[in-house]
Design a protein around this ligand. Structure first.
Ligand code: SF4
Length: 358
């Protein structure tokens, strides 16, 4: 039987073969003190529902998004019920949930005015293709598993859609999108699947109509609401230039307070100039050379598995980004027993089998 590899596994093995071995051969996972609230899963459920509804009806519907998020939140609550959370932790979860709901409402208004999609083909699509060997032959040992947030048409071309919910971003995060390896590998996988006619019929039909996808469309939402400007003691509105808000929110606060925008021309100009910093969108083309290189990288990474590499790659990041640090320093059965579990599945991020969502 062929072995399936995912981006997460390949990344782990390349970062440190020993870590990859512990995670994907030994199936070890650090035992969490407590289960955490998976707000990303809830946000993803909302996005999928919103865009599938748009595909099927042609309209944006906040209820479709919120209902899907509420159903997912219910599942989360059930999952966390046995986690022994304190009242303050439940309260924090409720606060984060309410923030997510508010973000969803804001997002739908933003998306309706700004989405460039001519068609939504699908949301959440998973697939599997053979890894290509150095000579370009289909590997008989390894398949690569990919999972897309969506497939959309922009400007008459097919694009992978990648939704992200980030706390914040800076120039470096955004610049790094150009080399985003995860989406690059998913794009490579999808194109291979299309060329091998391994996609569901409607998706294959979209490829026939629009051609292979040409890149990734990043749709990034900041997990923060624009600040409503404070009211000063003298009844005026603050003019702080570092206020984290948008032109529209500021103007609407002035209107609610019956204040003259002309008195706030400078701060309004600054906010207009800054644009909306709560959403970021960018379409990044990935050319054929780059994709061929990504395909080779997938193959080279599978050699770590094939050759059974388990060497350690210590680096200063080990102290903060490796959950196996203690075990790596000195293996002990006691430590293993107290702080680690064995996973039931190798690729838990793919534990939901996803087919064409429709
Ligand atoms: S602590 Fe560093 S060297 Fe050890 S397994 Fe983790 S990443 Fe590898």
């Amino acid at each position: 039987m062929k072995q399936v590899v995912t981006y997460s596994e390949l990344r782990s093995r390349r970062r440190c073969a020993y870590r990859g071995h512990l995670e994907y051969d030994e199936l070890l996972t650090p035992r969490r003190r407590k289960a955490g609230f998976r707000e990303g899963t809830i946000a993803d459920a909302g996005m999928n529902a919103l865009y599938l509804h748009l595909r099927d009806t042609g309209g944006y519907d906040i209820d479709a998004m919120v209902n899907a998020m509420a159903a997912e939140k219910k599942r989360e609550d059930e999952r966390l019920r046995t986690a022994g959370l304190f009242d303050e932790e439940w309260q924090e979860i409720e606060d984060r949930w309410l923030l997510l709901l508010s973000l969803a409402v804001e997002y739908v208004a933003y998306a309706r005015a700004n989405d460039p999609f001519e068609r939504i083909i699908t949301c959440q699509l998973a697939g599997q293709v053979p890894v290509l060997t150095g000579e370009g032959r289909a590997s008989t040992r390894y398949d690569f598993r990919f999972k897309l947030d969506g497939l959309v048409v922009i400007g008459g071309q097919l694009w992978l859609l990648e939704n992200k919910w980030w706390k914040n971003w800076d120039r470096n995060n955004l610049k790094a999108l150009q080399m985003d390896e995860q989406s690059g590998m998913y794009l490579w996988g999808f194109r291979e699947a299309a060329q091998r006619h391994r996609l569901p019929r409607t998706i294959q039909g979209a490829v026939d109509t629009y051609g292979l996808p040409v890149g990734v469309y990043y749709n990034i939402v900041r997990k923060k609401l624009p600040v409503v400007p404070a009211l000063n003691k003298d009844g005026t509105t603050t003019k702080r230039k570092d206020i984290d808000t948008t032109y529209d929110v500021f103007l609407s606060a002035l209107e609610d307070r019956d204040q003259d925008p002309a008195d706030y021309a400078e701060i309004l100009d600054i906010l207009r100039e800054k644009g909306n910093t709560f959403y970021y969108r960018e379409a990044i083309y990935r050319n054929e050379t780059e994709l061929a290189d990504i395909g080779r990288r997938i193959y080279f990474a599978t050699r770590y598995v094939a050759d059974g590499f388990t060497f350690k790659s210590p680096a200063k990041e080990c102290t903060w980004d490796c959950p196996f640090w203690s075990l790596c320093l000195e293996w002990s059965d006691e430590l293993l027993e107290q702080h680690f579990d064995r996973k039931e599945r190798k690729h838990e991020e793919y534990d939901e089998e996803l087919e064409e969502a429709a």
